[in-house]
Design a protein around this ligand. Sequence first.
Ligand code: SER
Length: 315
Amino acid sequence: MKTVLVTGALGQIGSELVAKLRGLYGENHVVGTDIRVDADSPVACGGPFETLDVTDGERFLEIGKKYQVDAVIHLAALLSASAEAKPQFAWHLNMSGLVNALETARQLKCQMFTPSSIAAFGPSTPKDRTPQDTIQRPNTIYGVTKVSGELLCDYYHERFGVDTRGVRFPGLISYVTPPGGGTTDYAVEIYYHAVREKKYTSYIAAGTKMDMMYMPDALDAIIQLMEADPAKLVHRNAFNITAMSFAPEDVAAAIRERVPEFELTYDVDPVRQRIAESWPNSIDARCAEEEWGFRPRYDLDAMTKDMLGKLASRL
Ligand code: SER
């Protein structure tokens, strides 16, 4: 990667990834793009920034050409719960955005990264230590777009030689930019509420385990995979990666180690609970470890300590 175009640059992953990439590759070598404009954000002030609706393929290609990018990191997408509320729009945005990213990468001979998700699995997938290669029949529109996206990236790699790479992200937790419209968002909100109110009402039921990861590990994973030797990659789209697996009561217990009065109650949202129950309890990340050395640094305790500390000074 020398010059990178990032879509969804004002989003949860993008806002932190752009800053990190600019530190590594130089501020003029990372082009942030988003459908929104936020002139005050460091993403827009700290280097090149362009507005881009990813469903506009001509503009996507034009920005790629203008900056002579050699890598596309395509993050713009609707998350699981928002997608379930607007399935037709979710298909349009997630799939035409991806097609335009792949076409830009094909025409400009770029490397290309796009995230898949634990949502690419479904109710018939083995739930524990979910293998890299297994049954993928999701019953959410978000999951359907993720499986389709994995297949399309594989197709572009085989048919056109595009250097496509991807990971199946678990729920991502960070103190910088909040996620929006995901099923795993509770695992971010709980920390904000712990710091502000010392209590939280979870929309996910007790006992519902999902894979999670702290943002610094997610950013490292993207960069490490993009820099990995292609000859070592057996899999491409997309690698299982995870750092921890927990249910709401587990994260509450970790918070209570530092905020003893913290209280957790439940008011379960049937839509997001159904989505969560269709996903694995914990996935097996051994292929990522073996093929490109993936190794997360943060477990639940280390993440909780860092999140609470950072949020306490920010809020
Ligand atoms: N965190 C995402 C969501 O909950 C999963 O990819 O939608």
